[in-house]
Design a protein around this ligand. Structure first.
Ligand code: PLP
Length: 428
């Protein structure tokens, strides 16, 4: 439905093509930027990704020639905006494996999507007798909403431990499941360790115990093909800005019968069928969960980003990023005094967190910045994980398909230079 924007034609992901980053880099204006007179090496993709011209153009086109509020006006501009917004929903349906439009709720991001489930499904279904299972590797976005729910209801939170090599301890998980377990909320990919969790296995096991499963897919859907029905996930949350799209847009997928049974989260315009002085009647899905003016320009930007990613090929992206991770781990682990966290490269996505002996992670990031290299340092919104790792902070390099092997070499050389600076300072 709707009319198409100037998006890249999207061939399917059927065949895995070897990926050549240079074919795509010129679409990203920011990648040509110089930092401290050196070429930008952008390795902070787990925090957010850069935007290709196609995404910016799709949003500009809407603002310049089709912009009016959606769903409300009976005039041409409003219809054009509405068509584009709803076409964006169709694009998300295809990305997730052909789900129905009622199962795609646009939110402001992953965080809001998880909060929606905690507030709406959680408040209705969770009691003080219940347990929610989280893992030690969750992002705060998949911890705090459940802690808030537990505080409201008296429910308990239990933590699935990780092994020393950064995998989930699945044996422990099996023993923790019980009739009290109502929800398992787990990340598909750790934003610190890069661990790729066995989502299908976790969901099958949880369902056999009668629990629902929410997947935080913020770090997986941007990087690999996903079919939420093959997963059999009950809820899946992800955001636009980590997948070439704009900020302020995210998606909650929920199984239709679950979403239908849940009360609205935010109240206001757009989510009602009728309002009277005595009360209101909620609209059908998906509007029921989209109160207020939705981020429709951002949704159109997200759709353009999805089209772009599919033209690159998500399977190729996953393969290529694993090659980059392998290269980074091989090169960095050969540097004395560099400790890498997480599983072997073959079992992880393109995220490599590390520590340099005797150098605080913030100093590492600051010195790398002098070489034009952007990484992140800190707890990466995963404080319980850092406590488990015994490291208050780590430095994190995270890759996307536009990164190159030469950039990883630049990272390694800059780390070696950082060590030299600190050794010299210690001798003084
Ligand atoms: N979950 C994970 C695993 C993340 O890495 C992030 C962002 O860093 C989030 C959730 C929060 O995502 P958003 O910015 O879309 O709310």
């Amino acid at each position: 439905m709707g009319e198409s924007t100037s998006r890249t034609d999207a061939p399917s992901d059927q065949q895995t093509q070897p990926l050549n980053p240079d074919r795509w880099r010129s679409d990203f204006p920011i990648l040509a930027k110089q930092i401290h007179k050196l070429p930008l090496v952008y390795l902070d993709n787990a925090a957010t990704t850069q935007k290709p011209r196609q995404v910016l153009a799709a949003m500009d086109e809407l603002y310049e020639s089709k912009y009016a509020n959606v769903h409300r006006g009976i005039h041409v501009l409003s219809e054009e905006s509405t068509d584009l917004f709803e076409a964006a929903r169709d694009t998300v349906c295809r990305l997730l494996g052909g789900i129905s439009r009622e199962e795609v709720i646009f939110t402001r991001g992953t965080t809001e999507a998880i909060n929606l489930v905690a507030r709406s499904w959680g408040d209705k279904n969770i009691t003080e007798d219940d347990e929610i299972l989280l893992t030690e590797m969750e992002h705060h976005a998949n911890i705090v909403p459940w802690q808030q729910l537990a505080a409201r209801t008296g429910a308990s939170i239990r933590w699935i431990p990780i092994t020393d090599d950064g995998h989930l301890d699945l044996e422990a998980f099996n023993t923790m499941l019980s009739p009290r377990t109502k929800l398992v909320a787990v990340t598909a990919v750790s934003n610190v360790l890069g661990t790729i969790n066995p989502i299908e296995q976790i969901i099958t096991t949880a369902h056999a115990a009668g629990a629902l499963v929410l997947i935080d897919a913020a770090q997986s859907i941007p990087h690999t093909p996903t079919d939420v029905r093959v997963w059999d996930a009950d809820f899946v949350a992800f955001g636009g800005h980590k997948m070439l799209g704009p900020t302020g847009i995210g998606v909650l997928y929920g199984k239709r019968q679950l979403l239908e049974s849940m009360p609205p989260f935010v109240g206001g315009g757009g989510m009602i069928r009728r309002v009277r002085k005595e009360g209101f009647e909620a609209a059908d899905l998906p509007d029921k969960f989209e109160a207020g003016t939705p981020p429709f320009v951002e949704a159109v930007g997200l759709a353009a980003a999805i089209d772009y990613l599919q033209s690159v090929g998500l399977e190729s992206i996953a393969d290529y990023e694993q090659q980059l991770a392998t290269l980074a781990i091989d090169r960095l682990s050969a540097i004395e005094g560099v400790d890498i966290f997480g599983p072997p490269a073959a079992e992880r996505a393109g995220i490599v967190s590390f520590q340099i002996e005797g150098v605080h992670a913030h100093d590492v990031a600051q010195i790398l910045d002098r070489y034009g290299i952007a990484i992140r340092a800190g707890h990466h919104c995963a404080m319980p994980l850092h406590l488990r790792l015994g490291a208050p902070a780590t430095a994190r390099a995270s890759f996307y398909f536009y990164n190159t092997p030469a950039e990883i070499e630049a990272l390694a050389e800059a780390i070696e230079e950082t060590q030299k600076v600190f050794r010299k300072n210690r001798k003084k």
